[in-house]
Design a protein around this ligand. Structure first.
Ligand code: 13P
Ligand code: SF4
Length: 403
């Protein structure tokens, strides 16, 4: 996988077998791609949308709490009670038991985690059910169970601890909980992984190979040769029993299609274009990009680092474009550039727009809960075990955890 210079060949994105459905239309109950909106969406051209969203939010008062992920559109962020990365938003969902409704402006796996962490009397709403995540879709529970069978046959399952990135379905979080593992986010992956290596000899890291590799090699000092990539589309993951026995990190072959676009050339090019620039990237980027960057961190860390930087400094940021554009606006005394020349929004995050938010809020005002995200009790129980293991890690602040 790695050449003598330690560079890692980028694994090309898997062809996506499922096309995105049109905004709010069409139905595919077997995946996160979307279902019909059971009502009429306001027209995006309606000039009264902002006023309608404000009126509906005011009418709901404390009964609604709106969470906004950093990658959401400006028009949606304007109505968020709190913004944050996936870890902060999970904490915030749990910290607002007074709200009957949590409206999650983010993607499906985040809303599932919010449902798991909130009380049974609270209802979580995702304004557009087509807001899934292509990375989460790269690991299906049946594939993960097959992988575990392969590890059992190789005689390594007993010494392997599964760690799943927050960006995974509730079913995979539950699998992780059942097998003694934990969830991690990009802000605590190092601590989760260090904990896992105290529990066992190997880690099965799901579903983002890049976050897993970056954390193991950059933060924990493992070598690239300690890592193997399990390809769910190949028999036995494309690995021999010997490779599985030798490996310490078994990385699932998944990636983020947004962060996977940044290349080492982007870093070289921006350094030439902006002398003295500091390159800061999200750990979902490829290892060879992260290696060339100056700072690596979750979306919260990227915001905190740039906000605290001296006026006049220049930054090239490798993460989703909505966030980078807001960073540039919030820091007019600094030069903020996007790491890639090509525009790169997260298409599924962008599914949540003002018409969907207005529709969800006005439906709640009318007494109808639309697009509720509800995880079945058994899955929720075991997923929560994995989430609680993360929240209990030293240095990871604990959220209120209602039953
Ligand atoms: P964080 O919110 O944990 O930084 O992750 C970024 C992301 O890709 C969310 O989907
Ligand atoms: Fe998924 Fe990447 Fe979009 Fe995050 S940015 S929701 S990981 S596709």
């Amino acid at each position: 996988m790695a050449d003598s210079a330690g560079t890692v060949a980028f694994v090309d994105p898997e062809p996506t077998p499922l096309a995105l459905l049109l905004l709010g239309h069409g139905s595919d109950p077997d995946s996160e791609r979307g279902v019909d909106c059971p009502g009429t969406l306001p027209a995006p051209s309606d000039p009264g949308l902002v006023e309608r969203a404000r009126a509906a939010k005011d009418a709901l008062g404390d009964r609604v709490f709106i969470l906004g992920h950093h990658y959401q559109r400006d028009e949606v962020i304007a109505f968020a009670d709190v913004t944050g990365d996936s870890f902060k938003l999970a904490q915030q969902a749990a910290a607002h038991p007074e709200a009957d409704y949590i409206v999650f402006c983010g993607v499906h796996f985040m809303a599932e985690s919010a449902d798991i962490l909130t009380s049974s009397s609270q209802q979580v709403v995702l304004p557009d059910l087509a807001a899934g995540c292509s990375m989460a879709d790269m690991a299906e529970i049946s594939q993960v169970e097959e992988c575990w069978r392969v590890l059992q046959e190789a005689g390594v399952a007993d010494v392997t601890v599964p760690i799943t990135y927050m960006n995974s379905t509730a079913a995979i979080k539950a699998f992780t909980g059942r097998h003694g593992g934990a969830v991690c986010t990009s802000s605590n992956a190092e601590r989760s992984l260090a904990w896992a290596f105290e529990q066992g000899e190997k880690v099965l890291f799901l579903p983002d190979q890049h976050l897993g590799r970056n954390t193991a090699v950059r933060d924990l000092g493992l070598s690239l040769d300690d890592c193997v990539v399990y390809n769910p589309n190949k028999p036995n993951g494309g690995l021999t029993a010997e490779q599985l026995r030798d490996a310490r990190m078994i990385l699932w072959r998944g990636h983020c299609s947004v962060h996977g676009r940044f290349t080492p050339d982007c870093v070289d090019e921006v350094r030439e274009r902006i002398p003295g620039v500091t390159v800061i990237v999200h750990p979902e980027c490829r290892y060879d990009v992260v290696k060339k960057a100056d700072v690596v961190g979750s979306t919260e860390k990227i915001i905190a680092t740039i906000s605290a930087a001296a006026p006049g400094t220049a930054w090239a940021v490798g993460t989703e474009l909505n966030l980078v554009k807001r960073l540039a606006l919030a820091n007019p005394d600094k030069e903020i550039a996007y790491l890639d020349r090509t525009v790169c929004y997260c298409s599924t995050m962008n599914r949540i727009d003002l018409p969907h938010l207005v529709w969800a809020l006005e439906s709640l005002v009318a007494g109808t809960v639309v697009n509720r995200i509800e995880v079945d009790p058994d899955t929720a129980h075991w997923a929560r075990v994995a989430l609680d293991r993360m929240l209990a890690l030293p240095g990871v602040s604990t959220a209120a955890k209602p039953d």
